[in-house]
Design a protein around this ligand. Structure first.
Ligand code: FAD
Ligand code: DLZ
Ligand code: SF4
Length: 518
């Protein structure tokens, strides 16, 4: 007869870490780990097919590794005929079958799941997620009483707390906290970009690919060419490959974009990092070691570490500090629906076509593609933050609301009114032209703002400045574009605004993606 169950330990799809809090104190003789593939989590937004494969394949590999260590795992597959389709349903079914004395889990990455967890059982112990450098409680303490919550100051605290790139005298290595001024270079033609390492699916992952192909027939994105790491071992190999071959160029070309190079010098570790296959501190230590041994320059190591112990930790802190109100913020009163080309990529705007096409193929785009192409367009065109949020949460393999939402609503859309950034990341076509080769193959003319082939980013940029002139009048960081707008001849301003109005009307009618002369 089965022994009585002491503790049911629930692990979610983005919690596949051996050190996850729910496993602390596990007694293999009396405890059961529950992992469930459920339709609700696979469909609450139209996830990219590769994201679903990533999560389910990582769950299966993790469950297998636990079982190999002698842990009893109740693993519910998506095809199980008794599967209720929800996390709550599966926890309920496990409680009914196993009658555990207690249920233990780890805090989730999304507010909606936290609300759901509170109703899983009479008493669920929800443990803090210790896989971050800064706990939610510590972030609250840091934020308490401050006027502005700027990332840069938080980042300095995290550097001191971790000792990363800190001298024995407790000062930043290289005498500065931040080397970003050196990190904004355009990619020269002559630079060879090393390929990112991919991982050929093993039999277990291939089975998940077939499951997803069968169950999600109309899902977003391409399923073929799945190469994400789904085990900690492969994730570490991917990180080591990045450090050896691409990290040296990460600093210099962090902001560059290229139509033939989706990854450039980025790490592509967020899909693995966000489900727990990599530990953020260990990642940063490996990068620091590479710098200390002279293998990478300081601007690359510092820039990279800042993304992780700075931005990544900071956006999580903001999310939990400000939810649920944060999810309803719309400071700029944006109302437009998301145009169809965000899903199909069918547009004459070459930059958007490239980024959406790459996103459909790889479930990945790097930061500047997300921020300055699709994010910038959404900001300038006044797309509703709810629709934009849902898009970002769906299409990227690394997307969970704790990290997606502050980046989208805060950084890209300025819908939080300036919690994350002191000014909107609004830019005209000139920025995209400077940082990429997209404009070369575009039906639009990047140097034109009013003609029939004018680049939409140009007239939308000025239209955005004009629409929000009153709001930005008191923001010193916006004084330059406001002055430039006001200095423009009245006829030019009128022509720009008319061009923008026409484009937006066409877009809302479902036709705005075509260049009038194309
Ligand atoms: P690299 O450029 O190599 O950076 C290394 C790591 O730093 C990343 O893996 C990531 O963990 C961290 N990082 C870098 N920038 C950020 C940031 N702004 N916020 C948090 N972590 C950061 N990141 C996600 O992980 N999930 C998301 O859903 C997500 N949505 C975004 C939406 C928008 C509109 C924008 C502008 C950014 C978003 N980001 C998101 C942040 C960033 O774009 C990705 O983390 C990064 O592109 C992942 O690719 P990489 O691993 O090659 O990153
Ligand atoms: C993203 C995702 C998907 C696609 N499927 C599952 C699943 O079947 N079972 C599960 O436990 N988790 C899944 N996840 C991850 C959850 O959506 C994630 O844990 C929450 O969004 C909280 O971050
Ligand atoms: Fe994008 Fe404008 Fe350049 Fe075309 S011309 S690629 S629309 S920035």
């Amino acid at each position: 007869m089965d022994k009585p169950i002491e503790t049911l330990r629930v692990i979610l799809g983005d919690q596949v870490s051996p050190e996850i809090a729910a496993l602390e104190g596990l007694d293999p003789r009396h405890d059961v780990v529950l992992m469930a593939e459920v339709l609700d989590e696979c469909t609450y937004v139209p996830h990219h097919l590769k994201k679903i494969v990533l999560v389910l394949a990582a769950m299966r590999h993790f469950a297998r590794a636990l079982a190999a260590r002698g842990v009893r795992v109740r693993y519910v597959t998506l095809d199980d005929p008794d599967n209720t389709g929800s996390l709550r349903g599966e926890v309920g079914r496990a409680i009914a079958a196993l009658q555990p004395r207690q249920v233990v889990t780890t805090e989730p990455g999304e507010y909606r799941v936290l609300q759901d967890m509170l109703g899983w059982a009479d008493a669920v112990e929800i443990r803090p997620d210790t896989r971050f450098v800064c706990s939610i409680a510590d972030f609250r303490r840091w934020a308490g009483g401050r006027n502005g919550l700027r990332m840069e100051f938080f980042y300095r605290d995290m550097r001191r707390r971790t000792g990363l790139l800190i001298t024995p005298d407790n000062e930043p290595e290289g005498g500065r906290w931040n080397f970003d001024a050196e990190n904004r270079k355009r990619l020269p033609e002559s630079v060879a970009v090393p390929d990112a390492q991919g991982f050929v699916p093993d039999a277990a992952t291939a089975e998940v690919i077939e499951l997803v192909r069968r169950r999600f027939t109309n899902g977003f994105g391409e399923l073929d060419g799945f190469r994400f790491a789904v085990t900690a071992k492969d994730a570490r190999a991917g990180l080591d490959d990045f450090i050896a071959r691409r990290l040296p160029g990460f600093g210099d070309w962090q902001d560059a974009m290229h139509s033939g190079q989706p990854v450039l010098f980025h790490a592509v570790i967020s899909p693995a990092l966000n489900i727990g296959l990599l530990d953020p501190t260990a990642v940063c230590r490996a990068v620091e070691t590479a710098w200390r041994s002279g293998r990478v320059p300081l601007n690359a190591a510092e820039g990279f570490i800042r993304q992780i112990i700075g931005w990544r930790e900071y956006v999580r802190g903001i999310y939990w500090l400000r939810m649920p109100e944060y999810g309803a913020l719309n400071a700029l009163g944006a109302t437009r629906a998301l145009p169809e080309f965000y899903w199909s990529g069918r547009t004459d705007m070459a930059c958007i076509r490239h980024v959406v096409g790459q996103t459909r193929q790889d479930a990945y785009a790097h930061h500047i593609q997300r921020l300055m192409v699709t994010g910038n367009f959404a900001l300038l065109a006044g797309l509703h933050p709810d629709a934009v949020d849902e898009w970002y949460l769906s299409v990227y393999a690394d997307a969970y609301q704790w990290v997606e939402m502050p980046n989208t609503r805060g950084m890209a859309l300025f819908a939080d009114g300036g919690v994350l950034g002191s000014k909107p990341y609004a830019a005209s076509g000139a920025y995209i032209n400077r940082m990429s080769d997209y404009c070369r193959g575009c039906a639009y003319e990047v140097k034109d703002a009013t003609g029939p082939r004018a680049c939409p980013f140009n007239f939308l940029y000025w239209d955005f400045i004009a629409r929000h002139a009153e709001r930005f009048a008191s923001n010193v960081r916006m004084s330059m574009p406001l002055r430039n707008w006001e200095r423009m001849p009245a006829e030019r301003r009128a022509a720009i605004r008319a061009r923008a109005a026409g484009f937006l009307a066409e877009m809302e009618a479902g036709r705005g993606a075509t260049c009038s002369t194309a």
